[in-house]
Design a protein. Structure first.
Length: 90
């Protein structure tokens, strides 16, 4: 019997209503409640199969949210996005 395999996603969430996942940001809408923003963000990831499995609290009310979802047989995890260089190309 094969063991279940998973892939993981880590999101940085701050107290201002910002979620950052590898440089892609989601912001709270004007007039949106923080709880509604949190639910919108979690529901969006849930529809993609991501399940919240952990929180790592950070200073000043921020946190890392850790998600996982099962991988189908033969499927590979999404690769991490490369960090964009701030150095000019030569």
């Amino acid at each position: 019997m094969d063991k279940q395999r998973y892939e993981y996603k880590v999101a940085y969430v701050d107290f201002r209503g910002r979620v950052s996942v590898e440089g892609d940001e989601t912001l709270i809408n004007d007039g949106e409640r923080m709880t509604a923003f949190g639910r919108r963000y979690l529901n969006a990831l849930g529809t993609e199969g991501w399940e919240l499995v952990g929180l790592q609290m950070q200073p000043m009310g921020a946190a890392f949210h850790i998600f996982k979802r099962p991988l189908a047989e033969g499927q590979k995890p999404e690769p991490a996005k490369p960090v964009k260089s701030t150095q000019p190309e030569v």
